[in-house]
Design a protein around this ligand. Structure first.
Ligand SMILES: Nc1ncnc2c1ncn2[C@@H]1O[C@H](COP(=O)(O)OP(=O)(O)O)[C@@H](O)[C@H]1O
Ligand SMILES: [Mg+2]
Length: 469
């Protein structure tokens, strides 16, 4: 019963979630706010028709957790107390057992923490017995090079053995790697390494363009920067950032995309992260506010826009996170999510409007934004001075249940007025023999080495002047 409704991949991801919960308990406090708090933490998965193994160096299963509940079904209140101080995601107390039984009928779980080392063996006899309930925990010598856990599953079920052997094996491998790189992109960005059958899961970037903090600090200086919002409710911390992660696409790129020649929209859209797990990746639908109320629907011209929203919550408050019970999807009907979605839409609009405004003038836009660099938007929450943030209007009773609410709306560069009201700019370009360019350059600037584009521009200016007379 337990294993029927879960997909094999999701079962494996449950095991990976446990590794991350292990890190949350063990990462030194000082590193939590650092750039790469998960550096040096690693999980390795491998599978073949012989069996499945996952090993990690994430600190091990605390022995009291192992004795009291890790090998029982369901999560007692005591377990919640245990994790009260950590941003863990486990809540139902079934993930590990379900994953094991999904795959096979024999398993050995070995774990080593700073204080203990033990193993638990699940045998086919135990599984088929109606009277035997206890899973004995055996203390062992310390044998792992680092504190962590190894779970090995053998006696695979027939359908699992097929999925784990060629030709199916590579299909599963690819889709698992794809899913891990999406679901764990935030954690991988923070330094966590995941290896599947010997190959490292690639990192998907989550950074946004910004002109740098100095630009933003100056009053009224237009700068490229993300829109930010943060708040707290019922123990859930919310942080949202949306902006550009690359240049606004030009006409050609948009055409290619529309014709289906190229797909460059993959990393555009909204990513929702709950306790560091990605539950929605680069969504471009109404689920994240695209095409809702005054926000335009997603379109290739918005391919440079990307947003991230984080929900974080400690201990049993993790059940307040807006996620579905499978932990892999957003609960889009939760009041919490619906409320902050207003700010997702507000932020998205800042950048869709900017795109509209500059559409006719991309040349100039590109020069204006070429100073901008990719940065982790989270750093701006700390560095943007207080006076540049604005308070949020508490109009509804709902909004009064949110604390520490504030937002930052960047002052983005605007095109010169003339261009905005319809004086469209066009690009003039042509080729001439090098000798002739040098000659004109010498004539105009007494410098035959002058940049051809400057020479061309100067010629145009001169003729324009006489034309205007
Ligand atoms: N690899 C691991 N590293 C650290 N802790 C682990 C690991 N695997 C399981 N655990 C812990 O064992 C307990 C049981 O796990 P699980 O069955 O997935 O239930 P839960 O829903 O509480 O995560 C949890 O407290 C979990 O964090
Ligand atoms: Mg779990």
């Amino acid at each position: 019963m337990l294993t029927r409704d879960i997909d094999l991949k999701d079962a494996i991801l449950d095991l990976l979630d446990n590794c991350v919960d292990g890190i949350q308990r063990n990462a030194p406090e000082s590193s939590i706010e650092s750039d790469k708090p998960y550096k040096n933490f690693r999980a390795e998965i491998s599978f073949s028709k012989e069996g499945f193994i996952i090993k990690d160096n994430c600190g091990g299963i605390p022995i009291e957790v192992a004795q009291k509940y890790a090998f029982k079904m369901g999560r007692p209140e005591a377990a919640n107390k245990n994790d009260a101080e950590y941003y863990t995601i486990g809540t139902y107390g079934i993930g590990m057992k379900r994953a094991i039984f999904k795959m096979g009928c024999s398993s050995q779980v070995s774990s080593q923490t700073a204080s203990d080392s033990f193993k638990v063996t699940i045998s086919p006899e135990w599984l088929s017995s109606d009277s035997e309930w206890d899973l004995p925990l055996e203390e062992t010598d310390r044998w792992l090079p680092e504190n962590g856990t190894v779970i090995e599953v053998t006696h695979l079920r027939d359908e699992i053995a097929i999925a784990f052997s060629p030709p199916q094996q590579s299909v599963l491998h690819n889709s698992l790697v794809g899913e891990i790189s999406h679901n764990y992109s935030y954690i991988i960005n923070k330094g966590f390494t995941v290896i599947v059958n010997g190959s490292e899961v690639p990192l998907l970037p989550l950074n946004l363009l910004a002109d740098g903090i100095e630009q933003i600090k100056q009053n009224n200086a237009a700068a490229i920067a993300p829109f930010l919002y943060e708040a707290e409710k019922d123990g859930v911390e919310i942080k949202l950032a949306v902006g550009f992660y690359k240049d606004i696409p030009d006409g050609e790129e948009i055409d290619d995309e529309m014709k289906g020649v190229k797909n460059s929209s993959e990393t555009s859209g909204w990513t929702v992260i709950c306790n560091d797990r990605v539950v929605l990746y680069c969504d471009k639908s109404r689920l994240t506010g695209w095409g809702e109320l005054t926000v335009p629907g997603h379109h290739p011209q918005f391919n440079a826009i990307s947003g991230v929203i984080h929900f974080r919550s400690k201990g049993k408050d993790a059940s307040k996170l807006p996620i579905t019970t499978t932990k892999r999807g957003i609960d889009a009907s939760s009041n919490l999510y619906l409320y902050v979605k207003e700010f997702m839409r507000e932020g998205t609009k800042v950048f869709t409007s900017y795109t509209y405004k500059w559409k006719k003038n991309l040349e100039e836009e590109k020069t204006r934004t070429k100073q901008a660099r990719l940065a982790d938007p989270i750093q701006f929450f700390e560095t943007i001075p207080k006076e540049r943030w604005t308070q949020v209007n508490k109009r509804t009773s709902e909004s009064r249940s949110f604390y520490k609410e504030r937002k930052f709306t960047p002052t983005l560069p605007t095109p010169e007025l003339s261009a905005e009201v319809g004086e469209r700019k066009r690009k003039v370009s042509f080729s001439r023999p090098e000798k002739e360019i040098e000659m004109v350059a010498e004539y105009l600037f007494e410098d035959s080495e002058c940049e051809p584009s400057r020479v061309g521009e100067a010629c145009f200016e001169q003729v324009l002047k006489s034309a205007k007379k």
